[in-house]
Design a protein around this ligand. Structure first.
Ligand SMILES: *Cc1c(COP(=O)(O)O)cnc(C)c1O
Length: 372
């Protein structure tokens, strides 16, 4: 096998960056107009373009996914307790704490690694007002069952869809489920605006409330209707998003090829389980998680270090669990006995490098390191 240069590092992800020359005309337009932020033309165009591309009604752009999550909770006036997953990026639970809301952690499904719907009802109390599930790795949650439970108990549903850009579920965007969905456009995500995020909603009234909340609560020059925040995406970030959108289909197609390559190379490696099959319809292949099981010759961290020594920088998403961090550890729902599946998976998972610039040779080299 042809091994790449040992000192050429391979990262878990690389940002999509179109050629700089293609960005210059956008910058010139911003400089000429001197319209830098506050609902400028690129902001408006990107909201329209994303709604069309994603197949959703309304998109409200934000400075980050985290500010969008915090604002989504404010939009629906969520208080009390919210049921969520421990197996996600820490921002999911942090957005609850920033709103003075108590996260209630529920274990995950061992197959999808998403919030296990069969365990939600037991966690509902009179204080519960909402469910905040995550489409982990872009794999859709069991949206039908979650919606059913939410309807019975009168709960709101806010999806953390930070991983789910472009994901289709049963023929339409997965973002059309729940009351709101939140996207992240951070540099490490499938689609990026350097930093950025969005709230997806389904009616004009909600979009208007979101737009007020992300602009200090201003309705007009002299009217403030809510204690809003500054969550507005700048014209530079929005322009970059418009440019990047042109290359997104090719990027998604390349991700699919790499996922298929890993899947077939690792299919017969004892002790390695690929979490997601490469041929799921409507997937975005944002991540390629594997589970290192007891019958693999190395422990998970040993394999992780072995890859590092060959300059392959995989990541242990999501380890540690959110519930191991000090601000969550003492909560009753964070107890080990409450989250056996999440704990086990967090100790087995490695996300392999996957991004549009990863070559076939690099993918084969990584699969070879794991198999050998
Ligand atoms: C990236 C991410 C976020 C935070 O998004 P930012 O844009 O970085 O603020 C939230 N939730 C999940 C699941 C994420 O992966």
């Amino acid at each position: 096998m042809n091994e790449p240069e040992k000192d050429a590092p391979i990262y878990v992800t690389r940002p999509l960056l179109p050629p700089l020359e293609e960005f210059l005309p956008y910058l010139r337009q911003i400089w000429d107009s001197k319209w830098l932020t506050n609902n400028g033309p690129f902001h408006h165009q990107l909201e329209q373009a994303l709604a069309e591309y994603l197949g959703v009604r309304h998109v409200a752009l934000f400075t980050s996914g985290t500010v969008a999550l915090i604002t989504a909770l404010q939009t629906l006036r969520i208080v009390g307790e919210v049921i969520t997953t421990p197996y996600t990026f820490v921002a999911t639970a942090h957005s609850l704490l920033w709103n003075g809301i108590k996260p209630v952690f529920v274990d995950i499904d061992p197959v999808t690694l998403n919030l296990d719907p069969s365990r939600i009802e037991a966690a509902i109390t009179p204080q519960t007002t909402a469910i905040m599930p995550v489409h982990c790795y872009g794999e859709p949650c069991d949206v039908a069952r979650i919606e059913h439970i939410a309807d019975i108990y009168g709960l709101k549903v806010i999806y953390d869809a930070a991983h789910a850009f472009g994901v289709q579920h049963e023929g339409s965007s997965v973002l059309n489920h729940g009351d709101l969905s939140v996207l992240s456009f951070h540099a490490t995500k499938v689609f990026n605006t350097f930093e950025g995020g969005a709230i997806v909603c389904h009616d004009a009234k909600t979009k208007q409330r979101v737009d007020h909340l992300k602009n200090f609560g201003f309705v007009d020059e002299v009217t403030v209707v809510a204690p809003g925040i500054n969550g507005k995406m700048s014209e530079i970030n929005a322009a970059f998003g418009l440019l990047q959108l042109k290359g997104i289909d090719a990027a998604l197609a390349r991700r699919k090829v790499i996922a298929a390559r890993y899947s077939s190379a690792l299919a017969s490696t004892p002790g390695i389980q690929c979490v997601l099959s490469a041929d799921r319809a409507g997937a975005n292949h944002a991540y390629f998680p594997i589970l290192v099981q007891a019958d693999y010759p190395l422990g998970r961290d040993e394999l992780f270090e072995k890859m590092r020594r060959r300059n392959v920088f995989a990541r242990r998403y999501f380890y540690p669990l959110i519930t191991d961090f000090p601000m969550y550890r003492g909560m009753p729902s964070a107890a080990h006995a409450n989250l056996p599946v999440a704990r086990k998976v967090a100790d087995q998972v490695i996300c392999l490098p996957i991004h549009p610039e990863l070559s076939d040779e690099q993918a084969d080299f990584i699969a070879g390191l794991i198999a050998g």
